[in-house]
Design a protein around this ligand. Structure first.
Ligand SMILES: NC(=O)c1ccc[n+]([C@@H]2O[C@H](COP(=O)([O-])OP(=O)(O)OC[C@H]3O[C@@H](n4cnc5c(N)ncnc54)[C@H](O)[C@@H]3O)[C@@H](O)[C@H]2O)c1
Length: 327
């Protein structure tokens, strides 16, 4: 096992800079080289981490000696071409979500991954969350349904403004409909990932999406009804009419009780209906599944099994999201 795994980071905006901080705080994954089309973003990264090598192109970054993996944190547009470039060099790719809205490019990438055996994963942060493990235990395919039959799933999202304060410094793409932006791709995709991982593919039954009249700005509200694994799913997402900067709630309602996950799954509440007992300790589930996302990335680089979604799973999420965004 190599001492450190060397990381090249492409895209040094809000999320790329945050990842540099996370990498600096642990031992095994070492950021060594960076690239961004914006010189100011590179300058910010070098000011914070002077040991980084700044390259002058994506090609130069990918050719950096000794690199094990590339983390792609650009807006969605370049995700597929940059992944292909990294595959050409045999590097493991950890790509930000949403995977892409260019489905042909995604399918080409996925075919290559399968045919050539590339290592690739997408950063849906909830993949390593204790909340997802709880849901899989209670409602997943292998579960013995300790909460009884699942009756409904609700997903509620509310944002006082868009973009959210944490991403206020991101590029204009984030609020543009045709550049991969909007809250459905940016936030709802995380919850559709969880839904589909636990229940399988979702089918959109009905939906209503509101767009500003300018033809450019991303959606401002989305309501929808889906079916996943035979279970009705209701989605209610909106910008404005709410003081909360980044509110999210997923409610799984079953015959024997319900599980409510809020604050990006940071808060998990399991409520039992009378006469029902949960036979295991949620705290134990939480501890057992507290797997650091970076450890999963290491496993992916080393070709070991991991819980991160691959490109095909991320494409399936995006297919559902894009259906919801049809006017
Ligand atoms: N996993 C998560 O929890 C999470 C959270 C927020 C955002 N994201 C995703 O991360 C990605 C980046 O989001 P962000 O908020 O950092 O955006 P951002 O606009 O702040 O940063 C994007 C950076 O990419 C650079 N860039 C654009 N095209 C490039 C190219 N071809 N080559 C190199 N650099 C390029 C830009 O100059 C910019 O510095 C998006 O896909 C977004 O959806 C993920």
């Amino acid at each position: 096992m190599a001492e450190t795994l060397k990381v090249g980071v492409i895209g040094l905006g809000v999320v790329g800079q945050r990842m540099l901080g996370r990498l600096a705080a642990q031992q095994r994954l070492e950021a060594v080289a960076v690239w961004d089309t914006d010189p100011a973003a590179i300058a910010r990264a070098l000011a914070a981490y002077p040991a980084l090598h700044a390259t002058t192109s994506a090609e130069e970054l990918i050719a950096h000696p000794g690199l094990d993996t590339v983390y792609i944190a650009t807006p969605p547009g370049p995700h597929m071409p940059l992944s292909e470039l990294a595959f050409d060099a045999g590097l493991a790719v950890f790509c930000e979500k949403p995977l892409t809205v260019d489905f042909d490019a995604a399918r080409h990438c996925i075919a290559r991954i399968e045919a050539e055996g590339h290592r690739a994963a997408v950063n849906f942060a909830l993949a390593a969350s204790p909340g997802l493990s709880v849901l899989q235990t209670r409602f997943g395919i292998a579960s013995h349904l300790p909460l009884g039959a699942l009756r409904e799933v609700q997903i509620e999202l509310a944002f006082a403004t868009w973009p959210r304060p944490m991403q206020a410094a991101a590029g204009p793409w984030l609020n543009e409909r045709h550049s991969g932006g909007g809250f459905a791709r940016e936030v709802l995709s995380h919850f559709i990932f969880v839904l589909q991982r636990v229940l399988g593919p979702a089918k959109v039954q009905a939906h209503r999406v509101a767009y500003p009249d300018d033809g450019i700005t991303a959606e401002t509200a989305l309501r929808a009804e889906l079916l996943a694994g035979g279970v009705p799913v209701r989605i209610d997402g909106r910008i404005g009419n709410d003081e909360r900067a980044d509110y999210n709630r997923m409610l799984w309602h079953a015959d024997g009780g319900e599980i409510e996950l809020t604050r990006w799954f940071g808060q998990i509440e399991q409520r039992l209906h009378e006469g029902t007992r949960l036979e295991d300790d949620p705290e134990a589930v939480r501890n057992a599944s507290q797997v650091d996302q970076l450890k999963q990335w290491e496993a992916m680089i080393e070709g070991r099994s991991h819980s991160l979604p691959g490109f095909a799973e991320a494409l399936a999420v995006q297919e559902t999201i894009e259906r919801l965004l049809l006017p």
